[in-house]
Design a protein around this ligand. Structure first.
Ligand code: CP3
Length: 356
């Protein structure tokens, strides 16, 4: 299989972009920078455009999804757009009753906990993804040489929402199911892998040049559970996009012990949260893997000299890896002053690595 002939990665339009080059292990003159959750409530133009429109409706309205994708690129001058959507969008498109509750996150009409619940999960009709293809294509048409990042939830993070019925602190029910009924667990994670894989493919069909798999809650797992009961399903999610040659970024929160396993499932770049310095993360990966991260989102609210020192420290430590995509260690907090994000982008773009 090959990527659609007009995908900007294939036509070469984004192939020389700093993000794509860093994903391939190169060091462009300026390191690429973008922010997880860069589209959203930190931007007044986002709040205005979303006024009175439910989150899932916004995600499924292609012109609006494209516009919300472009807003942070215009404002901050980041090196990538990330498609405006949500990890539960393909779940909703499969026909599962899920809503995104403001201030809370995804909430299921009824949780998925028994073998019957899992067997009843409907397959995702590829045609239902048409608004995703159209939304991504609408953004890509206006992005020029800036790449669009497509994304999906990894099976564990997605399954956690399905089993818990909503956001949870420690995913206790999900982890109990994993050990109590491994067959049901595997079937559930395969279903999640397949809807997320289809979601990624739709974004690549629309023109995404890179994809990121979010395993936000993987940090609640032991290495053994991750490797044995989760990683094979994450690899399944990535099979199709990898076959197309689209670079993959793989990110989890609190996943310092899982980095090698997260690389092994088929990632080109491993995302690191704010807890683990990038030089140490690189050491754990044998110095051989491009890294993404890991500005502490908390410091976006600190006085500028404190934040600037921290960003420069992240840049210096990032030199330990073969390549570095600058990002936060998790998403932009909603109350962030957007001017601070723009200033971080300017700092990163003006930074020159010391001669070593
Ligand atoms: O990064 C971007 O700018 C692209 C858009 C994006 C959203 N969600 C939009 C969104 C991405 C990449 C996501 C991924 C996502 N969604 C993850 C993985 C990333 C992470 O944060 O760990 C997870 C776990 C979710 C589930 C989810 N959806 C949560 C926890 C929330 C926040 C709830 C809240 O209101 O605080 C959502 C809702 C959501 N997804 C919003 C946005 C812009 C807020 C909706 C609103 O504006 O009302």
């Amino acid at each position: 299989m090959t990527a659609p002939a007009d995908n900007p990665l294939v036509t070469g339009r984004t192939a020389g972009s700093p993000l794509v080059r860093a994903c391939r292990g190169e060091r462009p003159a300026t390191p690429p920078v973008w922010f997880m959750r860069q589209a959203g409530r930190s931007l007044p133009e986002y709040r205005a455009a979303r006024e009175g429109i439910e989150m899932l409706d916004a995600c499924l309205t292609p012109e609006l999804a494209a516009e919300l994708t472009l807003q942070p690129v215009r404002r901050h001058g980041v090196d990538a757009a990330v498609f405006f959507s949500d990890i539960v969008v393909p779940v909703a498109l499969a026909g599962v009753d899920v809503r995104i509750v403001p201030g809370r996150g995804p909430v299921l009409g009824s949780p998925v906990r028994t073998p019957d619940d899992v067997a009843a999960l409907p397959p995702l009709d590829p045609g239902a993804l048409a608004p995703i293809v159209a939304g991504a294509a609408g953004a890509v048409a206006q992005l020029g040489t800036t790449p669009l990042i497509g994304f999906a939830g990894a099976p564990y993070t997605l399954a956690s929402y399905l089993v818990e019925g909503g956001p949870s602190r420690d995913q206790l029910r999900a982890r109990a199911l994993m050990r109590t009924d491994p067959t049901t667990w595997a079937a559930l994670l395969d279903w999640c892998a397949d809807v997320s894989a289809a979601f990624l493919m739709a974004q690549v069909t629309g023109g995404a040049s890179v994809v990121q798999l979010f395993d936000s809650w993987a940090g609640s797992l032991s290495v053994a559970d991750y490797a044995g009961r989760v990683a094979p399903h994450s690899a399944r999610t990535l099979t199709g996009v990898r076959a197309l040659g689209v670079p993959v970024i793989h990110f989890g929160v609190g996943s310092g012990d899982l980095l090698a396993e997260m690389h092994r499932v088929g990632a080109d770049v491993v995302g690191v949260d704010w807890r683990l310095p990038l030089d140490e993360a690189s050491r754990r990966l044998g110095g051989a893997v491009p890294l993404q991260g890991n500005i502490d989102p908390a410091l976006l609210a600190a006085p500028w000299p404190v934040l600037a020192d921290h960003v420069e420290d992240v840049l210096r430590r990032g030199l330990a890896a073969p390549a570095h995509v600058v990002n936060l260690g998790h998403g932009v907090p909603p109350d962030t002053d957007p001017a601070v994000l723009t200033r971080v982008v300017e700092l990163v773009h003006g930074w020159r690595s010391p001669v070593i």
